[in-house]
Write a protein that binds this ligand. Structure first.
Ligand code: NAD
Length: 462
């Protein structure tokens, strides 16, 4: 029987209602009142995971993939309902992407040397219990993706999710534990607390049983983790510019940029946040954005009003983050047509709506006098985050010059930003892009330590 919209809403309401019963989930399927209890449970399950074969780990991961697909729509709706950010359709796609393209145990490989003096291997071993801090922008996606990679590496994980997305996060943590039990594994492969705070985060970061912390979020959390004295994986903020030069297919560039920018209402950290185009193509690019890609051209007055609302008092207004273009326009009294999905305008790179990582479909377009000027402005706008950048060009010399100058973990050429996550592009998926610490797009092997195993004078049979 096909599941109707109202049936899904009923299920979401039912799950949400269950989660409001404070005691119900405690200690079960990964949810605890106390952070120390949560860590203890993850430590116990880690001792079981440690003894499991790679094949057993993979069975749990397969079951997680299946359950993500079964619950993709529920988690998508839950994420939007709870945080007010993003859109259900794109969040469903993001969950399917996690299920299909997050690497499992195949990512754990061995390097070997054999010769007269024996056999030496580099094996990728688990850290043990990993601490993970997750954002409200992709709450369940990050938790599911982190758990699969960390478990594939032989670890268990303690999450301190964003409080604004705790129900969705709890649902995802329940799901991975249910999958583990169903596949014959232990409960509590992933754990959290009912009410995550900065205090629970501190307990986690300082705990003797947590040797590695993965932080996915803005600059504050990454700096906190990197100051913890523990090894940290820092997946921080971005402000990805999309450069367009005169050799690009301008019509396609307009389409790709708007599609990438509007995906999940611009929440992904990799999404196009502004455009820098050489002067000779700006008008054509904006023409295609307006005539073929459902964009709204904001007047100077509307830009000022948007700045007042979006950056109220100079601070990013969280009530605007992840909202769709029509909602943002309605906040400044504009009743936009139903098809509008992106707000565009031309402005200098210093414009507050251009220089700030807004995470909403407002796309400022900066005019550059030539390609070198475009590169310089784009590098300035990326703020040294070394996160993501995009370019539309057929000139390999230009692409190379930009790639070297901007030095980001991700650089998409001639496509929408989300192709970097394997969506319409080659390669695997992750929602933790370690921009600050250099691991880049994390996968199971990121969550392992390299161990050298040496057999002296034997086992070489060459
Ligand atoms: P956020 O920084 O507000 O919160 C992220 C997490 O960090 C939350 O769990 C929050 O509770 C916690 N946190 C914040 N400050 C902390 C501190 N000082 N100590 C301990 N914990 C702290 O970010 P958000 O709004 O949830 O997500 C959006 C931001 O995250 C954007 O800047 C985006 O670019 C970035 N992001 C990066 C990646 C990546 O892979 N690099 C992925 C998603 C989001």
């Amino acid at each position: 029987m096909p599941i109707s919209e109202s049936m899904v809403q009923d299920i979401v309401q039912e799950v949400m209602a269950k989660m409001q019963i404070a005691d119900a989930p405690t200690g079960k399927h990964g949810i605890f009142k106390d952070m120390n209890d949560a860590i203890e449970a993850a430590k116990k399950s880690e001792l079981i995971v440690k003894k499991m074969s790679m094949d057993q780990r993979e069975k749990i991961i397969t079951c997680i993939r299946k359950k993500i697909k079964e619950n993709a729509e529920i988690m998508a709706r839950m994420g939007v309902d709870e945080t007010g950010m993003g859109n259900v359709g794109d969040k469903i796609l993001k969950h399917h992407l996690v299920a299909d393209k997050t690497p499992g145990t195949e990512d754990i490989t061995t390097t070997a040397w054999s010769g007269d003096r024996g056999l030496t291997l580099i094996e990728m071993g688990p850290f043990g219990v990993i601490g993970a801090i997750t954002p409200c922008t992709n709450p369940s996606e990050t938790i599911l993706c982190n758990t699969m990679g960390m478990l594939a590496g032989g670890n268990t994980v303690v999450f301190n999710p964003h409080p604004a997305a705790i129900k969705t996060s709890i649902f995802a943590i329940n799901l991975v534990n249910e999958a583990s039990l169903e596949a014959g594994g232990p409960d509590n492969i992933a754990v959290t607390v009912e009410k995550p705070t900065l205090e629970t985060s501190n307990i986690m970061m300082k705990h003797k049983d947590i040797p590695l912390i993965a932080a996915t979020g803005g600059p504050g959390v990454v700096t906190a983790v990197l100051s913890s004295g523990k090894r940290g994986i820092g997946a921080g903020a971005g402000n990805p510019p999309a450069v367009v030069d005169e050799t690009a297919d301008i019509r396609k560039a307009a389409q790709d940029i708007v599609n990438g920018c509007t995906f999940d209402n611009n929440l992904p950290c990799i999404a196009e946040k502004e455009v820098v185009a050489v002067s000779s193509v700006v008008d054509e690019l904006m023409h295609y954005m307006l005539t073929e890609n459902d964009c709204y051209l904001a007047s100077k007055e509307e830009q000022d009003k948007l700045t007042e609302v979006v950056l109220a008092g100079g601070k990013l207004n969280r009530k605007c983050v992840g909202r769709d273009a029509r909602t943002l326009l309605s906040m400044i009294g504009v009743n936009a047509p139903a098809n509008i999905r992106c707000i565009i305008f031309e402005g200098p790179k210093e414009h507050p709506l251009i220089t700030t990582e807004l995470m909403m479909p407002i796309l400022g377009i900066v005019r550059a006098k030539d390609f070198d000027d475009a590169v310089e402005q784009a590098v300035w706008l990326e703020h040294g985050n070394r996160h993501s950048a995009h370019i539309h060009s057929k000139n390999v010399d230009n692409i190379t010059k930009y790639a070297k100058a901007i030095d980001t973990a991700i650089l998409v050429k001639n496509g929408p930003s989300y192709s970097a996550l394997g969506f319409g592009g080659e390669g695997y998926c992750t929602f933790t892009i370690a921009s600050r610490t250099g691991e880049g797009l994390t996968s199971a092997s990121t969550f392992t330590k390299r161990r050298r195993c040496v057999m002296s004078d034997s086992l070489c049979i060459r």
